[in-house]
Design a protein around this ligand. Structure first.
Ligand SMILES: [Mg+2]
Length: 244
């Protein structure tokens, strides 16, 4: 496998924490001459953190809205996958949203976002979440729920679209069948549809019924949740060159 694409929250973490197994995973991928590309709903500024502190070359952030890379000199660069007009429209509608619904809690990392914004729906009353979702719908904003946020955006953004663009422009020698994807939530669904080789870590069971497109392999058991599941599966895969 040339590239391992993976979601971050709930897939490379365990119980919301980044643990030692994540670093074992980085070593395992490096040892097998593959590359990890994180595809996350988290913000552009989180992407900077990933690239600054982990041995990664690229990440796809904001649910596919922006690619962040590191050049040979170690400098970071970014490429937005939506237009400046779409970014401006998102900005204006977000200002309107928070004025109209003061109980809407934007995520603490929304200030570091460019192509989408995020809402801390678990900290809000259900009726407020519904009102906010209605506003998003009425104003033609797209939105989806991850296991931590409701993300919303203007324009055509999805994890799969971001990855398709990435492969075409940053890794044109890599075929879809030479990639693996790991995920755990509804915002990974486009990836389960896009890639032939996909794995859901065991914590995906909680939302599996909501998915029209499910991962090809679904891991089972507590020991296969989050980063542990990715590590166990990938180790076995590399050891046996296991086929899908
Ligand atoms: Mg997740």
């Amino acid at each position: 496998m040339k590239i391992i694409f993976s979601d971050f929250d709930g897939t490379l973490t365990n119980n919301g924490k980044l643990g030692a197994v994540f670093f074992d995973l980085l070593n395992l991928i490096d040892k097998n001459k593959s590359e990890l590309v994180i595809v996350s709903g988290r913000s552009l500024s989180w992407g900077h953190f990933f690239l600054t502190h982990f041995p990664l070359k690229h990440v796809i952030m904001e649910g596919g809205g922006v690619i962040v890379g590191k050049n040979k000199e170690g400098h970071l660069y970014e490429e937005n996958l939506i237009s400046d007009q779409e970014i401006k429209k998102l900005d204006d509608l977000t200002n309107e949203l928070v004025k109209l619904y003061p109980k809407c809690i934007l995520s603490a990392d929304s200030f570091g976002r460019r192509t989408d914004r995020a809402i801390e729906f678990s900290q809000m009353e259900r009726s407020d979440v519904e009102a906010v979702e209605l506003f998003l719908h009425k104003n033609g904003l797209n939105f989806s729920r991850s296991n931590v946020h409701i993300n919303f955006w203007v324009g055509d953004i999805s994890k799969a679209r971001g990855v398709e663009y990435f492969i075409k422009n940053y890794a044109p020698h890599v075929g879809k069948d030479e990639c693996l994807f790991y995920g755990d939530a509804a915002n990974d669904e486009s990836m389960f549809e896009f890639f032939p080789n996909t794995v859901g870590v065991s914590n995906i069971l909680a939302i599996l019924d909501q998915l029209e497109y499910k991962p090809k392999i679904i891991l089972e058991g507590k020991d296969n949740s989050g980063a542990l599941g990715v590590y166990n599966h990938l180790r076995e895969f590399f050891d046996q060159s296991k086929n899908f």
